[in-house]
Design a protein around this ligand. Structure first.
Ligand SMILES: N[C@@H](CCC(=O)N[C@@H](CS)C(=O)NCC(=O)O)C(=O)O
Length: 228
């Protein structure tokens, strides 16, 4: 059975959504990143980047959430746009936009707003600005389309959902007011039974919730390993 290495964080949740939407059988395997499970040798053999999610599907290993979405979509033939060069180009463009822009900037915004030991206004403003700009691009596109690629629900919407559902954590409690089209998509996906099962997955395992010294050592290794 497909093994799904996960936590309740945004990137694993995109993959959980796909697995639930596609009705695939899988074994969820918790990786408690606040306890340092991501750095264990057996997990590094699956994902050398020491992050979640990853999957092992028979003799195939895939890490990085958007790569996993693409792998699973191509394997099952589900949640893809039409089979034309134009549609595939749009799929890849938007999937990579989420992977290389939305996710990293949103993640850094959360980090500098909530977890950095010092409040650095320059860093907070830069990452909030870029996160807001990226979400604004998604919102503008959704003003003219039901889903990111048109009328069909695809893996791009799942990738967007993973991060956009956390907009209040990324940009503050009032931020939804700026993204009404994106909110429509997020609410629509969150109401789906598959999304509710995906979000409920983390309750099946007991993940550590405290951000204490052990968690900071595991997740923010730059605190103890100086490069500069
Ligand atoms: N590009 C990777 C990023 C994965 C990532 O940053 N995962 C976070 C959770 S959303 C994680 O594992 N954090 C634990 C850590 O940084 O130690 C992907 O899209 O899968």
């Amino acid at each position: 059975m497909l093994k799904f290495y996960y936590s309740g964080a945004p990137n694993p949740m995109k993959v959980a959504l796909f697995l639930e939407e596609a009705g695939l059988s899988y074994e969820p395997i918790p990786v408690d990143t606040r306890k340092g499970d991501q750095h264990k040798l057996e997990y590094l053999a699956i994902n050398p980047n020491a992050k979640v999610p990853a999957i092992v599907d028979g003799d195939v290993t895939v890490f990085d959430s958007n790569a996993i979405l693409l792998y699973l979509a191509e394997k099952t033939g589900k949640f893809l746009p039409g089979n034309t060069a134009k549609a595939r180009a749009e799929l890849l463009s938007w999937l990579m936009f989420v992977a290389s822009g939305v996710g990293p900037f949103a993640g850094q915004s959360v980090h500098f707003r909530n977890y950095a030991p010092e409040k650095i206004p320059y860093a907070i403003n830069r990452y909030m600005y870029e996160a807001q700009r990226h979400f604004g691009i998604l919102d503008a596109r959704l003003a003219r389309r039901n889903y990111m690629l048109g009328d069909t629900y695809t893996i791009v919407d799942m990738a967007v959902w993973g991060w956009a559902r956390l907009i209040p954590t990324v940009l503050g409690e009032t931020a939804w007011a700026k993204f009404s089209n994106l909110k429509r998509l997020v609410d629509q996906i969150s109401a789906r039974p598959a999304a509710q099962r995906a979000v409920g997955l983390r309750d099946k395992h007991k993940f550590k919730t405290e951000m204490d010294d052990e968690a900071r050592r595991a997740m923010f290794r730059h605190l103890t390993e100086k490069v500069a």
